[in-house]
Design a protein around this ligand. Structure first.
Ligand code: SF4
Length: 173
């Protein structure tokens, strides 16, 4: 049904672009049923994410923001972004971790109640990306706090981010 809705939208003048769900090979598309069931079972229907922009170019944040729009709508799975790390289960870090953000990233991580999980989202967050080797960055989230899941891409698409979250949840089984 969602495919039909998206096709109808795409057929309209000035319609939004068809998200990559329709162009993704089925083997790579996230299994939404599993995602919903896993959030229900493991996180009691509520998985909360604190996003920390650790010096990104902002494109990764835009893709994360798209997760809550009516197309991707991750809130229907019980997943949402929160402002306070005290309310979060997961820290999602973007950017290469600029030296100015290093302490803030550590403090945010420590403020999340245990057991906490960390996602490094985007090539910069994985190893510094295009900023790698600069004196001004820590070359990725894992050099500052422990990382449980990596989502590559520059920036990763919303579908790739959803797949990464699902991968992380499934690794907890
Ligand atoms: S991975 Fe790409 S899009 Fe994301 S912060 Fe780095 S340069 Fe920007």
């Amino acid at each position: 049904m969602i495919k039909e809705i998206l096709k109808n939208l795409a057929g309209r003048k000035n319609a939004i672009a068809i998200p990559d769900l329709l162009t993704m090979p089925s083997s790579e598309a996230p299994n939404f049923v599993n995602l919903h069931k896993s959030v229900d079972r493991i996180f009691c229907r509520s998985l909360r994410i604190r996003l920390v922009d650790a010096g990104s170019c902002n494109a990764c944040e835009w893709e994360c923001t798209a997760l809550t729009n009516p197309i991707y709508d991750i809130q229907r799975f019980g997943i949402d972004f929160v402002a306070s790390p005290r309310h979060a289960d997961v820290l999602l870090g973007t950017g290469p971790v600029s030296r100015q953000m290093e302490l803030a990233l550590k403090k945010t991580y420590l403020a999340i109640p245990e057991p906490r999980l960390v996602i490094a989202c985007g090539d910069c967050a994985i190893d510094g990306g295009i900023y790698r080797g600069s004196y001004a960055v820590a070359n990725g989230v894992a050099n500052v706090i422990p990382v449980d899941c990596y989502i590559p891409g520059c920036p990763p698409t919303p579908m790739q981010i959803i797949s990464g979250i699902l991968r992380l949840i499934e690794s907890l089984h």
